[in-house]
Design a binder for this molecule. Structure first.
Ligand code: ARG
Length: 258
């Protein structure tokens, strides 16, 4: 009798404690980041050159940047082996579930001729649209823009990709800022890092990063497109920054396509 009552009290206490910890967990830095990874919502009215790539059924698979009224820079790994006719570019739509903005068809896909895999560099491509989009465009970094690539510069990342490694994609456009890393920091993380074809960004402790589905999208600093989201080990892990195609290195070949 006393034993049964004791058990009842203990189990009531356990479930009360459990509800405190499991139903209303305290917010800590360890919480799963809701957003890009560690980002917040952004609007395409603020970043009108941020676009996404979609299949004919409307499913978003990568990001891109409008650099001319009918030209989008993206990652080669996003479109390599894809037909132009199966590819759409969505402009001016923050919410993937809305019908806001414009859906352009792609008439031509140029992939850097030296591209093989993202980790070996040359991860850039240019899409030609079937129309001119009346919108601000983002200028490309040039080879003389070396100052834009200084370690510590707080660069902007944007995308509709997953909000954790292996997680589900964001419904909304998200943004975050990440510091550019030095070449030596990135080389330490990744043996495949090349200081001519890539640039890395991320906090030493991780927590903020681009992730799957953000590829091809912009890395912006000083009002210019300095990178296109390319690859990384997982997303947002300490010691593993995101890797971006170094746009300044490809300025000439991209410009030749515009
Ligand atoms: N490869 C990914 C994509 O196709 C992007 C990965 C970026 N990873 C990172 N850790 N920053 O969408």
């Amino acid at each position: 009798m006393a034993k049964t009552l004791h058990r009842l009290i203990v189990s009531a206490l356990v479930s009360a404690l459990a509800s405190i910890f499991f139903i209303a967990p305290p917010a800590t830095a360890d919480d799963v980041s809701p957003m890009i990874v560690g980002g917040t919502r952004a609007s395409t009215s603020t970043y009108p050159w941020a676009v996404y790539l979609a299949s004919t059924s409307g499913s978003q698979f990568c990001g891109g940047t409008l650099v001319k009224a009918n030209k989008v820079v993206t990652a080669a790994h996003c479109v390599s082996g894809r037909s132009a006719s199966s590819t759409r570019v969505v402009h001016g739509r923050d919410d993937k579930q809305s019908t806001a903005g414009t859906v352009a068809s792609v008439t031509r896909i140029w992939v850097h001729p030296s591209y093989r895999t993202a980790t070996s560099g040359y991860d850039v491509a240019v899409l030609t649209l079937d129309r001119n989009i009346s919108s601000a465009t983002l200028p490309l970094a040039t080879p003389s823009d070396t100052a834009l690539y200084a370690a510590g510069n707080s660069a902007l990342i944007l995308g509709w990709g997953t909000t954790s490694s292996g997680g589900s994609a964001s419904r909304y456009l998200l943004k975050a800022n990440v510091p550019l890393t030095s070449d030596s920091t990135c080389k330490t993380a990744y043996s495949q890092y090349s200081n001519t074809s890539m640039v890395c960004a991320g906090f030493p402790q991780g927590g903020v990063d681009t992730c799957q589905g953000d590829s091809g999208g912009p890395l912006v600093y000083g009002g210019k497109l300095i990178g296109a989201t390319s690859w990384g080990r997982g997303c947002a892990g300490a010691g593993y920054p995101g890797v971006y195609a170094r746009i300044a290195s490809y300025n000439a070949v991209i410009t030749a396509q515009l």
